[in-house]
Write a protein that binds this ligand. Structure first.
Ligand code: BTN
Length: 274
């Protein structure tokens, strides 16, 4: 496939943000853009500093998993955030990031992007993008790295992702280049982060809930590492801390879930999870 110059993220023309991406480093290859951004933050990178790479050799996902990061096919980006010591609780930050990136995908014309709690971006039940937020404290001041990976041109996934992943190339007749995707995502993310840092998760919670496909659904809750221990429940609500409240199968009091893998159970077939 021939790709235009906007596919490369080394120079970002038409950046529409106040802070995100205004300082920018691009690398042909990195172990992980999150690691490079954290190192740059420790070295004084400003709020909004952006690291991109064409390839990651040790891309990381949530809960210590690997993130498929082949050269030139996907977007790998990390942003340094310095919300200040008086910022609201950062627990639900990843949910706000998901919402901002979803706004960016909508602006690109991606059909019906959904948020699966806490922060997977799905289209048609398949994962298009993932988010990894990591925080360190320098005294009382948080220093955050928000990393996101978006499958842009990916035509072939490894067999274990075949059923669960998708890409813009699979979803759109004329998929945008990676730089165009990045610019739209940063433009979507910035106002949501501004609201979040000014007023906390309640400021964006209604929009998050509106976009979240997990609520009202039957789900399996557990971890990929021990799927046999997962339990079935109904996802009821999301609270102001970003936690998910579920009613266990068979009834009983609602329980609060803060970090877990959640699989949606297809309404048509309660035995088949995706
Ligand atoms: C997940 O869904 O598990 C989160 C995936 C996050 C992947 C991105 S790619 C850019 C950044 N660098 C990393 O090593 N991980 C994040």
């Amino acid at each position: 496939m021939t790709r235009g110059p906007v596919d490369s993220c080394d120079v970002l023309v038409d950046l529409r943000t106040r802070a995100l991406g205004q300082a920018h480093e691009h690398h042909a290859q990195l172990e992980s853009t999150n690691d490079r951004a954290a190192a740059w933050a420790a070295d004084g990178a400003p709020h909004g500093a952006l690291v991109t790479a064409d390839q990651q050799t040790a891309g990381r996902g949530r809960l210590g998993r690997a993130w498929f990061s082949p050269p030139g096919q996907s977007l790998y980006a990390s942003v340094v955030l310095r919300p200040g010591s008086d910022s609201p609780s950062l627990g639900p930050l990843a949910l706000a990031v998901g919402l901002g990136l979803r706004d960016g995908l909508l602006a690109l014309g991606v059909p019906s992007p959904d948020l699966k709690w806490p922060n997977d971006l799905l289209v048609g039940g398949k994962k298009l993008a993932g988010i990894l937020c990591e925080a360190r404290w320098s005294g009382r001041t948080p220093e955050i790295t928000v990393g996101f990976g978006v499958n842009v041109h990916t035509a072939a996934f490894p067999s274990e992702l075949q059923e669960s992943a998708t890409s813009l190339a699979r979803l759109m007749e004329h998929p945008p280049g990676r730089a165009e995707v990045l610019l739209a995502l940063l433009a979507g993310l910035e106002p949501v982060l501004d609201s979040f840092f000014a007023s906390g998760f309640p400021a964006v919670m209604a929009r998050y809930i509106d976009a979240c496909v997990t609520l009202g659904r039957e789900v399996r809750i557990g971890s990929h590492e021990a799927p046999q221990e997962a339990t079935t429940a109904t996802a009821e609500r999301i609270d102001e801390t970003g936690a998910l409240w579920v009613t266990p199968e068979g009834g009983g009091p609602q329980t609060r879930v803060q970090t877990a893998d959640v699989w949606l159970i297809a309404p048509s077939d309660a035995q088949r999870s995706r």
